[in-house]
Design a protein around this ligand. Structure first.
Ligand code: DI6
Ligand code: FE
Length: 407
């Protein structure tokens, strides 16, 4: 089946960041065959169907490359405490925070976790998201981590979205390992990770993540986890320099991590290391906002060292409650001073690269997947401009229209 998508204004988000207005895309069986200016469409093109987009903007489907959207419960009481002065780290040290969501997530059945998580995924899909990364990390024991990853996979089969999973057992120390963080890390490396990596139908782990902070795991512990991942052929990513700088980016760079996420407390040295390793820096401005953080990530240094920048929602019940990539895009511009082009590439090409999917997703080029978002906007500058308003009017996944909204 061949479809011609025409009368659009197209931002390809490929290496050349081409804009075609009026532009057209020809897709066949879910793959882009041709994209360009409408008048250059090869003569004799005979599509089976034509979709006219009336001058609307068409971009690659968005990629949300950092979420914790599978979890049970909520932590509104912690938010109330923080708005009256407690810190995220204080609450975590008292046994709240991630461990509180761990209790709710362990207690939930697989089916109820799917039902709890579905509305959050749907909210992202309405915003033009066609690829989403989902982490484990609220199970913190083998079975509950596996359950979270199965839920993530199920969401990917039940909805028109590509799901990329990350195994994040090193998110917090579960109470049964209290005072024995090194033993917990050993268990992850020598038992849980190899067992999960062997799972098939479905395969459960696409990448391995960890939380490298003074309230979580040390750079030496993350180094061991990454070595274990590497020996199984799994790529790695790291949460680090969100609240402190304990050397996480350097470890991520040494292991050629796909991405390094948060980075408020990173400096020029970390930016240089990430630049050399080709690691994507993922900006998470919703967490910055919700935690009322004051330290800004070193954007100038990241740019100067040629580090690709992505932007993600960080959807989670603690530091980024909600599920809006459009809000993250707005905050990346307003709070971090990113340009509209940086933000657009940050939720398309660079976000796909952060998931190791650069060839298939995140740009519109011959051979890439036909994942598109269509926007009822006059200019691309409106992406990341509107606050609490969603101008996405159509979503196309693997060549099929999966959502239409009257805008
Ligand atoms: N950083 C985050 O932003 C989330 N995890 C992490 O390591 C927060 C997770 C939570 O508070 O539940
Ligand atoms: Fe996170």
């Amino acid at each position: 089946m061949r479809t011609l998508w025409r009368k659009a204004r197209i931002a390809t988000c490929d290496e050349r960041m081409q804009v075609h207005a009026p532009g057209a895309v020809l897709t066949r069986d879910g793959i882009v065959e041709w994209v360009g200016a409408e008048q250059e469409l090869p003569a004799g093109t005979r599509p089976d169907r034509t979709v006219e987009l009336a001058g609307r903007w068409l971009t690659p489907g968005l990629v949300d490359c950092h979420t914790h959207l599978v979890f049970a419960g909520q932590r509104a009481a912690e938010f109330a405490r923080r708005t009256s002065g407690s810190s995220y780290a204080e609450i975590a040290r008292e046994g709240g925070g991630i461990v509180s969501t761990m209790r709710a997530t362990r207690a939930a059945t697989e089916d109820s976790l799917v039902e709890h998580s579905r509305p959050r995924l749907q909210s992202l899909l309405h915003e033009g998201v066609t690829t989403v990364e989902i982490k484990s990390g609220y199970g913190l024991e083998f079975e509950a981590e596996a359950k979270m990853l199965r839920v993530a996979r199920r969401l990917g089969t039940e909805h028109p979205v590509t799901v990329s999973t990350s195994f994040l057992a090193a998110h917090a120390l579960p109470p049964e390992f209290g005072g024995r963080a090194d033993e917990y890390v050993d268990t992850i490396c020598s038992d849980w990770l190899p067992r999960l990596a062997r799972e098939r139908e479905p395969a459960l782990v696409d990448a391995v993540d960890a939380y490298c902070e003074d309230i979580a795991f040390s750079s030496a512990q993350c180094d061991r986890i990454f070595a274990a991942a590497g020996s199984l052929g799994l790529p790695v990513r790291l949460h680090t320099e969100q609240l402190s700088n304990v050397g996480g980016s350097q470890v991520a760079a040494r292991h050629r991590a796909l991405s390094c996420d948060h980075l408020e407390y990173a400096s020029e040295q970390e930016a240089a290391a990430l630049g050399r390793s080709g690691t994507v820096a993922v900006m998470l401005p919703v967490a910055f906002y919700v935690l009322a953080e004051k330290q800004l990530p070193p954007l100038q240094a990241l740019r100067a060292h040629g580090v690709p920048l992505a932007v993600a929602s960080d959807c989670n019940p603690g530091s980024a409650p909600g599920a809006s990539l459009l809000l993250a895009m707005n905050m990346a511009r307003r709070l971090f001073g990113m340009t509209s082009e940086e933000v657009l590439l940050g939720v398309t090409r660079h976000a796909a690269r952060a998931l190791g999917l650069a060839r298939q997703r995140g740009s519109i080029a011959p051979g890439s997947a036909a994942d598109f978002a269509v926007w009822s906007v006059d200019t691309l500058d409106e992406l990341g401009y509107w606050v609490g308003f969603n101008p996405c009017s159509m979503v196309v996944k693997d060549g099929a229209i999966v959502l239409e909204r009257p805008i």
